[in-house]
Design a protein around this ligand. Sequence first.
Ligand SMILES: [Cu+2]
Length: 348
Amino acid sequence: MTKLLLRLLAVFAAVGLVAALPAAEVDTPAQTCTTPSKRRSWHDVSETDKKAYLTAVRCVMTSPQKLNRLPGAKTRWDELVSLHQIHALQIHTTGQFLPYHRYYIKTLEFLLQECGFKGDIPYWNETRDAGKFSKSPVFDPVLGFGGSGKGGQNCVTDGPFANLTINIGPGFKSEPRCLNRRITDALSGGTGQSYYNTAISGAKYPQALDAIYSGPHLIGHMALAMMNGDSITSSGDPVFFLHHGYVDKMWWDWQSKDKTVRLKEISGLNAQDPAVGFSEFSGGMEAESAMWGKPTAAILAVTPNPQSGDGGPTLTLGHIMSSLGIIPNATVADVMDIKGGYLCYEYV
Ligand SMILES: [Cu+2]
């Protein structure tokens, strides 16, 4: 049943390996984490802190782009979305899914700080709203992200992000469209406690990865249909980052069950298998590209080599992850421990 529904979800795929870029520099991370920042579920964030976060996100969305190299990006937020678009075929249905999205949230954090944000990044504990997403405080029109979109395009018309334009997407295109989402409460039941328990019960990394990816991660995307449920550019909706905070928490909760092993356990591919593409869609990359197009020449020109730091198609702890200049590159090893020094936060 899940697979069929997932197909309704929408998005893409494409072929294409990528332009080889020289191995990038990785900064040397700090080695200690003495005062981790606290990632709270939106339910538990104070009114003042909610306002500060929403104001900072809006600031990133309305600030001009800076890198002058990401195709179609007009705003700083577009650059963040572009990063996801450029990496889409490397970071979904691959071993990189969990580490890259952990790094991606850190990239958001940097952009918020650029806008003066000094607080902690929130996440969304979706088990608390399973089956009733639309009633979640996440979608409050004043102290949240606005609700389900309106009209044929599902444009968000209330809250701090009403009537904003995203210039990246759909798929591999860059065609300005409204920030949009469509909440379906019936689908959100799949983020409940029992689904969470299943998601973090994998024996080894491949099972955990698949259980998290195909379970609450995809269910949440289906229930929210952010940016038309576009797998390539759904991060245009800022709710994406609360959802992926929850995804990150699930990985961490799984890791925490056996840190000795799991803080070093990584495997899988560093780019999609063309025959498979996104696991939630059938037909492999070529068939999926009928939905979402293929990476354009301009996108390929800035796409990092997916084997950077690995020396082959298998993901390793040495794999180098890039934000294309927003923050310094990092290795997968850097992000394995959320209190390892390079990262310093905890879920409370
Ligand atoms: Cu993603």
